[in-house]
Write a protein that binds this ligand. Sequence first.
Ligand code: SF4
Length: 235
Amino acid sequence: MQVDRVVWKLREAGGPVHRGPERPPVDQLVGTILSQHTSDINSDEAFRRLKVRFPTWEGALAGDPADLADAIRVGGLANIKTDRIRRVLSAVLDRRGALEIDFLRDLPLDEAKAWLRELPGVGPKTAAVVLVFALGMPAMPVDTHVYRVSKRLGLVPQKTSVEKAHDILESMVEPEHVFEFHVMLIRHGRETCKAQRPLCTACILREDCPSAPAFERAAARRSRGGASAARRRPA
Ligand code: SF4
């Protein structure tokens, strides 16, 4: 399926994607660490509590790690995330002499990515999230939804690693559509192209999707199985 057609159809179905206010890039970096393995609601609350407890990143780095962990506990994995946040902040401070990374905006995209990827624990998804959400750069974050839906649509080969999928998708999508594509695929993955039992018959992309026939056959088999079981059940 052509990626332009995916963008066009999802935009037709869900309307245009609007950008919210940009967070400062270091806030986005810390927020992305907090978002790992938890819901948006819990990670947002962890971030809010963290900022109340430590209004500056300098304070968070200089403060007691136990206080930081307490502040973010609502987001889960508090001790692990505390360690990650402190190591990332410390590395930024070492490399920049200040807790700011706004300078990345002026670098070519590949250099900005490489700089972020050298921070401890920062992988391709976290780097891309910071670049696209906080700095307005056309980096493609590939989360579990984007990865799954892209493979089902045949945009990336089935055996592509998630790391490689970042490069493939980023090269396919026009820079001005990268943010929109990312957000729309997440929405589509959550609402329609679910991990278990995608809703192919209700999907706007169905007629172009190479995976739809197999999912629909599986759904039909389940439905026939359910009907047979109901017939065998004593009245
Ligand atoms: S047709 Fe089915 S598998 Fe293909 S994108 Fe839609 S929901 Fe996903």
